[in-house]
Structure formats: structure tokens, C-alpha cells
Write a protein that binds this ligand. Structure first.
Ligand SMILES: NC(=O)c1ccc[n+]([C@@H]2O[C@H](COP(=O)([O-])OP(=O)(O)OC[C@H]3O[C@@H](n4cnc5c(N)ncnc54)[C@H](O)[C@@H]3O)[C@@H](O)[C@H]2O)c1
Length: 306
């Protein structure tokens, strides 16, 4: 996508941090932005920024894990600004602690918001974007933790691995509709994510992780050294223009990514170690893909037939 002017963007987590940075940069490009967020105080503060600049922005209080509410938010967006062509599945939460002490509620909360929220965004908006028929772009926010996992962030990273996997597949699926798809993988951003636990539902409050003022202060200190969300959003807009799959504007990420990919490749046998097995498996896969494509073509033709 090249021309942003007068398009409509729906941004989950749009009232704070990464999402708010995206909303500000989009507004500067003439986009009408919808900020969807679970926190009313974040929405009130964020909307004041847009009002002061007379930039078209609309706030919707939404818990992205609530599918019915997500559909209502999409309908409201349509009534207020028109059809969405830009979708930013940005909202996310984190909690860290020893993986073996995790509770089911730790899993349900983080997987529910970070992965389930992205799923709900896709399920709600992709059919609408396809029906509108004018293409667009979707940016799903994962994390550098979608490539490298570690103990205290195990569930968070698992949720982000899932977002990354789904995003790669979605890109293939939506190319034919002229809808680009990108996966944003930030390393550290100066946001309010240290406060994420404030949005944790009471029903999922049972946690196996310690949280006290000392831990909160040290989390806030790390994030305060992160990239400015507006600067990050400018990288995202460049990536949308190029329809780039990954957005990872952190030079320091190279070493850990390199080590991770190298470790995976190191366990593979040499390329010439099993020539017969390789050609048998590749031929079977090629046949499978060919048959699937034939089937899809047949189904399309019969759909078009009166
Ligand atoms: N801050 C970082 O260093 C960093 C690094 C990598 C990835 N990320 C990712 O960036 C995304 C945005 O986080 P951020 O750092 O801007 O944090 P943030 O807390 O500043 O903003 C997230 C917003 O999402 C909202 N939110 C939380 N749960 C929600 C729900 N169920 N429904 C709707 N809104 C909800 C919060 O109220 C908040 O306003 C997340 O997906 C996070 O995992 C952040």
C-alpha cells in the first residue's frame, strides 16, 4: 500500500505505547484512526491528543478476547468512518516468572490476549476487508521473543511464536486479495507494558509469578530505555509501503537471531546425505500441492457456475 490518505485504520491497544505510536503516525498521513483499548483512562488521554490536533480519531472500549464485542466494534467503525483497510493487531500483555511455577491462568491470560486477540482481529476484519474489495494491509505485533524464547518469558514467547506463525501464513492467504501482511517484532519499546497486570481479569488473577514494587520498578526502567513508539511506527509505515513481512528495526537483534538460526541449521544432516529420501519426499510434496491446486481450481469454477 502506498497511499494512506483518508483510509481507515483499526488499532487494538491503540490508546498506549506501540499502538498509540501507530495511531499518531497514521493520523499524520491523513488516516482516520480507531483506537480500540480495554483501558478507558488510556483512551481518554490518547483521544485528547487527537482532539487537540483536530485529527479524526474514534475510541472504542474493547476487550480483544471478547469476540461478540469485537464484531460490534467493527460495525461501529463502519458507521463512524467507513470500511477498514488497515488493521493493526497490536494489543498485548506480559507477565514473567519461572515457567514451572506458571498457572493455567497465566497461560490463559497471555495466550488469550496475545494470540487469541490477534485471531479475533483476523476473524473479525479479514472477511470484511475481502468483501470491501479494495485491498489493504494488516500488521500483527509479535516480538523479538517470537524467535528466541527464554525461561521467565516462556508463555509470552510462546504466544508471540504463534502470532508469527499465523502471520506468515496469513500473508500467503491474503496476497490474492491485495492485502499485505506484516509481522512487527520489537525488541524494547518505551511503553506502559510494565503495567499490563492492571488489565488482567479477576477470573484469571491466579498467578505463579512474583510481582512487587521492586520488580515493577526494574521493568519500568528497562522499558524506559526502549525505542520511542512513534519512531517504531515510522519503521512500520515504511514496511507497509514495501509490503515487507518482518519489521525488526533493531540492529542489536542480529546476534541473537543469527545464533538461533545457526543452532537450528547445525542439527540438519548434510544436504547430500540421503538423496533418494529427499527426492521421494519432494516429489510427494510437489504432487500433493499440484492436486490441491487442481481441487481449488475446480471448486472456483463450480462456484462461478450458475
Ligand atoms: N514494550 C516493549 O518493549 C515490547 C516489546 C516487544 C513487543 N511488544 C508488544 O507490543 C504490543 C503493545 O504493547 P506496548 O508495549 O505498547 O504496551 P502498552 O501497555 O503501553 O499498550 C498496550 C495497550 O493494550 C491494551 N490492552 C491490554 N489488554 C487488552 C485487551 N484484552 N483488549 C484490548 N486492549 C488491551 C492496554 O490497555 C494498553 O493500552 C504488545 O503486543 C507487546 O507484546 C512490546
Amino acid at each position: 500500500m502506498e497511499d494512506f490518505k483518508d483510509k481507515v485504520a483499526f488499532i487494538t491497544g491503540g490508546a498506549s505505547g506501540v499502538g498509540l505510536g501507530q495511531a499518531k503516525v497514521l493520523a499524520g498521513l491523513g488516516v482516520k484512526v480507531v483506537l480500540a483499548d480495554i483501558r478507558q483512562d488510556h483512551l481518554d488521554q490518547a483521544l485528547a491528543w487527537f482532539r487537540e490536533r483536530a485529527a479524526p480519531a474514534h475510541g472504542i472500549r474493547l476487550d480483544i478476547t471478547d469476540r461478540a464485542a469485537f464484531a460490534r466494534a467493527a460495525d461501529e467503525t463502519g458507521r463512524v468512518f467507513g470500511a477498514v483497510q488497515l488493521l493493526f493487531n497490536t494489543a498485548g500483555v506480559s507477565a514473567f516468572g519461572p515457567l514451572e511455577k506458571s498457572t493455567y491462568e497465566d497461560y490463559d491470560w497471555m495466550m488469550g490476549v496475545n494470540f487469541g486477540g490477534v485471531v479475533n482481529g483476523i476473524q473479525t476484519f479479514v472477511p470484511r476487508m475481502i468483501a470491501y474489495g479494495k485491498g489493504g494491509h494488516i500488521v500483527n505485533t509479535a516480538s523479538l521473543g517470537a524467535f528466541n524464547s527464554n525461561d521467565p518469558a516462556g508463555i509470552y514467547c510462546a504466544s508471540k511464536f504463534a502470532v508469527r506463525g499465523l502471520t506468515e501464513a496469513l500473508r500467503g492467504a491474503l496476497a490474492r486479495y491485495n492485502i499485505g501482511v506484516s509481522c512487527l517484532c520489537p525488541a524494547n519499546v518505551n511503553t506502559n507494558i510494565a503495567e499490563a497486570t492492571l488489565t488482567r481479569p479477576a477470573a484469571l488473577s491466579n498467578t505463579g509469578y512474583p510481582l512487587n514494587d521492586e520488580i515493577l520498578t526494574s521493568l519500568r526502567t528497562i522499558y524506559s530505555a526502549g525505542m520511542d513508539p512513534v519512531q517504531l511506527a515510522e519503521h512500520v509505515m515504511k514496511a507497509i509501503r514495501k509490503n515487507q513481512l518482518y519489521v525488526i528495526p533493531y540492529p542489536e537483534a542480529r546476534a541473537s537471531l543469527q545464533a538461533g538460526f545457526d543452532a537450528v541449521l547445525a542439527v540438519l544432516p548434510p544436504e547430500d546425505s540421503d538423496p533418494q529420501g529427499v527426492s521421494r519426499r519432494q516429489a510427494a510434496m510437489a504432487r500433493f500441492i499440484q492436486e490441491r491446486e487442481k481441487r481449488e481450481k475446480r471448486e472456483k469454477t463450480s462456484e462461478k457456475a450458475p
